[in-house]
Write a new protein. Structure first.
Length: 331
């Protein structure tokens, strides 16, 4: 098996500096040292280091596209792909890449670490060897994420801890696999309609707003001014908003009336958004708000940017948003 590894930056390859951790480790040398003496020979592995390397907190949709471009440029050179990425936004990137690569046909595994590779307590070795084992198994499919002994679908995963070695989880679905001797694989079928010949990711103005007790219509209107291209509201429970607050649902309805998509997610990690299930979500549902179903926040946000990058709006946007493109939502 030929394996291509793309290094984007992140904690895994950082070193100390006077201003904190920054990219700077010899990632290529470390990787080839890691596989030396194993069943993987050096000539099976190719390596790309993106320029510039970034802390994933600084990632943008243009960085998502740089990953997609690198994968596509090496598609014929390898049988499987591993992306080394910072943990802060790795679940956004893995979801975004899944939408753009539904026609790719080869496994892509994201991974990273909570500690840099140069520290004795690092989890980098376990995570990179786990990603390698996932692709060597021949059972990994599509875009997935390996971290802390778990392999998870790349558009079903959220970062749940800033410090734990098991820092990622799949809140709404099960794992793909768990490490062990042997690995324990779970039955999982990703169902999506795909997207043929996607246009590149570009940056879009998406307002992400949390509901909180006491929020007023005036504050919400101020958050929508100037108008964004789309709105992602993190509501309560199954998609509820404080409908008794004077004028608040009118503000949301007004934005929808201007043709701006309003997507409603839940602040709960485990949730299925059902707009209209309660009266508190009925008004915005009737106005045309779109629920995220059981998507993670990361998958929901990346999907908004993906559809905007494809030039969709209005009814086309709404129709595609609730359809599974890469298995990110339960139909």
């Amino acid at each position: 098996m030929r394996i291509h590894i793309t290094y984007t930056g992140g904690t895994i390859g950082m070193v100390d500096s006077p201003h904190g951790l920054v990219p700077g480790a010899d990632m290529r040398g470390w990787l080839y040292g890691l596989i030396d003496g194993t069943q993987i020979s050096a000539d099976q592995v190719s390596f790309t280091q993106l320029d510039p390397l970034i802390d994933s907190s600084c990632a943008t949709p243009e960085n998502w596209q740089a990953i997609v471009d690198d994968l596509r440029s090496h598609r014929d050179d390898a049988d499987a792909f591993i992306i080394l990425h910072g943990t802060d936004t790795m679940s956004y990137s893995s979801a975004a890449v899944s939408y753009a690569l539904t026609d790719f046909g080869k496994p892509v595994v994201f991974t990273g670490s909570q500690y840099p590779l140069g520290m004795v307590e690092t989890d980098a070795t376990a995570n990179v060897t786990g990603a390698l084992n996932a692709v060597l198994s021949g059972r990994a499919q599509g875009v997935s994420l390996f971290f802390g002994h778990h392999l998870i679908a790349g558009n079903r995963v959220s970062k749940v801890s800033s410090w734990a070695f098991e820092g990622f989880a799949a809140p709404s679905v099960g794992l793909l696999a768990q490490t062990g001797a042997p690995w324990h694989w779970e039955p999982y079928e990703s169902r999506g309609v795909g997207w043929e010949d996607p246009k590149p990711y570009t940056r879009h103005d998406v307002a992400v707003i949390d509901m909180a007790p006491g929020i007023t219509a005036a504050r919400l209107e101020a958050m929508f001014t100037p108008r964004p291209e789309a709105v992602l509201i993190r509501a309560y429970g199954v998609g509820n908003v404080p409908s008794d607050e004077p004028g608040l649902t009118d503000v949301i309805a007004g934005v929808l009336g201007e043709g701006i998509p309003v997507v409603v997610a839940s602040q709960c990690q485990q949730a299925r958004v059902l707009l209209g299930h309660y009266e508190t979500g009925d008004a915005i549902a009737r106005a045309g708000a779109i629920g995220t179903g059981d998507m993670t926040l990361e998958a929901a946000y990346a999907k908004i940017v993906f559809l905007l990058s494809q030039g969709l709006n209005g009814h086309d946007f709404a129709d595609w948003y609730i359809r599974p493109i890469a298995g990110e939502i339960t139909a």
